[in-house]
Design a protein around this ligand. Structure first.
Ligand SMILES: NC(=O)c1ccc[n+]([C@@H]2O[C@H](COP(=O)([O-])OP(=O)(O)OC[C@H]3O[C@@H](n4cnc5c(N)ncnc54)[C@H](OP(=O)(O)O)[C@@H]3O)[C@@H](O)[C@H]2O)c1
Length: 264
């Protein structure tokens, strides 16, 4: 089967790393199904990619905070005879306020978006991938999952779940031709820190901490095609993860408590 006959479903394709994945895979000849809330942005990107690469590119506007969204996305795919061969579970964000001060619906929405919807989409695409004996899944974790815990943020815990479940799924599914990769970027140029409201703090970080979204997408795609279950992007993030991981848990806790840049 050629790339021209394969389709990638990308969540969070209206900005940042998701849009970079869309451009990267379109250039490789994959057809696309793009998902996010901002329909106009998705349509503009789809028009650009169809024009530049001659691919099929469908869009489906969905709010992944809505528990019915994963089923609705797959119903759209079925109705339009789209077989999902590649799933990029990329949509995400981080809250900034302290756990105890954040209303429960806000925290529940983070879990729905980055834990439940991500897991449900994996589950829903698998029957087709198994039937065809080929599939590629990239789940956006973060170098935060390999870093000391951060005070009061759900984000580290959520991304740790994504890192862990992706490895479990890869072990289960690789014998059936399906690779699963947890992609762990560090600071990446996108809208992420504007949405989080930490742009002022993060803009003070030195340039060597940062990567472009296109570099992250390229590394992630290479990793899943090579069958790597975990991909930490960029040399700085790799060094950081390799340094922190062997430390005793109690020391990681103290480091996290001291170094968390978002602690009030
Ligand atoms: N940037 C970083 O420094 C960094 C580092 C490590 C990991 N990551 C992870 O990388 C992934 C992509 O982030 P990014 O940096 O590309 O951020 P971004 O530029 O803010 O893009 C986030 C994407 O997620 C979508 N999204 C957010 N909430 C959604 C919802 N409820 N339903 C559907 N789509 C939703 C947004 O689309 P709409 O607003 O149009 O819905 C947007 O397309 C995230 O999972 C993030 O945690 C980012």
């Amino acid at each position: 089967m050629t790339n021209q006959n394969r389709t990638a479903l990308i969540t969070g394709a209206s900005a940042g790393i998701g849009a970079a994945f869309a451009r990267h895979l379109a250039a490789e000849g994959y057809n696309l199904l793009l998902v996010a809330r901002r329909a106009e942005r998705l349509q503009d990107l789809a028009d650009e990619l169809k024009r530049d690469h001659g691919i099929r590119c469908d869009v489906f506007a969905a709010d992944l905070n809505d528990p019915s969204a994963p089923a609705a996305i797959m119903a759209f795919a079925d109705a339009n005879e789209i077989a999902v061969d590649v799933l990029i579970n990329n949509a995400g964000l981080s809250g900034k306020t302290a756990f105890a001060d954040t209303p429960w619906p806000t925290l529940a929405a983070e879990i729905q978006l980055m834990v439940t919807a991500l897991t449900e989409l994996c589950h829903r695409v698998l029957p087709g991938m198994r039937a065809r004996g080929w599939g590629r899944i990239i789940n956006l974790s973060s170098v935060a999952a390999l870093s000391p815990p951060a005070a009061s943020l759900l984000y580290t815990g959520i991304k740790s779940y994504v890192l862990n479940i992706s490895q479990s799924l890869d072990m289960e599914l690789k014998p059936q031709g399906i690779h699963v990769t947890a992609l762990c970027p560090g600071f990446t140029y996108s809208e992420f820190h504007d949405v989080m409201g930490t742009r002022d703090t993060t803009d003070k970080l030195p340039g060597f901490f940062w990567q472009g979204a296109d570099a992250v997408a390229r590394e992630g795609w290479q990793a899943v095609m090579k069958g790597k279950p975990v991909c930490v992007t960029g040399m700085v993030n790799k060094l950081m993860a390799a340094t922190v991981r062997p430390l005793p848990v109690a020391l990681q806790y103290r480091l996290g408590d001291r170094l968390n840049p978002f602690k009030e």
